[in-house]
Design a protein around this ligand. Structure first.
Ligand code: IDP
Ligand code: MG
Length: 141
């Protein structure tokens, strides 16, 4: 049985600075993701630390959270069948140097840190991340 799945994606500050918001959102629509909600916002260092708490022990945690709080981002809730894996595929590898041709990170990523886009990696993290940025009433559709 085919079941719809939801995932959380973020157009990161580097991609916003490159005027890539429209191009990236076009990729979501062309690849049959339904946009449930979206918002442009800036997060604080503390909010970035909470969002990326899973990476707290990593050597890049401080730099990553500085980067993610360095300017506007766009958070989107996306829906389609197999949304989590399909978005990860469309994003490409974490390091843009290893990303496949045709992926968002291949096109817009500059480095392993400044890699243009975030996508949830599993159902439990998608649940946490969707509710980090969106309220229940916004997702009730
Ligand atoms: P993902 O975004 O592909 O799921 P994760 O391993 O979850 O990759 O890492 C979260 C984010 O942290 C990456 O998207 C990237 O911005 C940053 N990052 C990951 N690995 C490194 C690294 O080795 N150096 C610097 N930044 C990194
Ligand atoms: Mg990840």
């Amino acid at each position: 049985m085919k079941t719809l799945q939801r995932t959380l994606t973020i157009v990161k500050p580097d991609a916003v600075r490159k005027n890539a918001i429209g191009d990236i959102i076009e990729q979501f629509e062309k690849n049959n993701f339904r946009i449930l909600c979206l918002k442009m916002l800036e997060i604080s260092k503390h909010q970035a630390e909470q969002f990326y708490a899973v990476h707290a022990a990593k050597p890049f945690y401080n730099s990553l959270t500085d980067f993610m709080s360095s300017g506007p981002i766009v958070a989107l809730a996306l829906e389609k069948e197999n949304a989590i894996a399909d978005l990860r595929k469309l994003m490409g590898a974490t390091n843009p140097a290893n990303a496949e041709e045709g992926t968002i990170r291949k096109k817009w990523g500059a480095s392993i840190e400044h890699n243009a886009i975030h996508g949830s990696d599993a159902e439990d993290t998608a649940g946490f991340e969707l509710s980090f940025f969106f309220a229940g009433y916004e997702l009730a559709k």
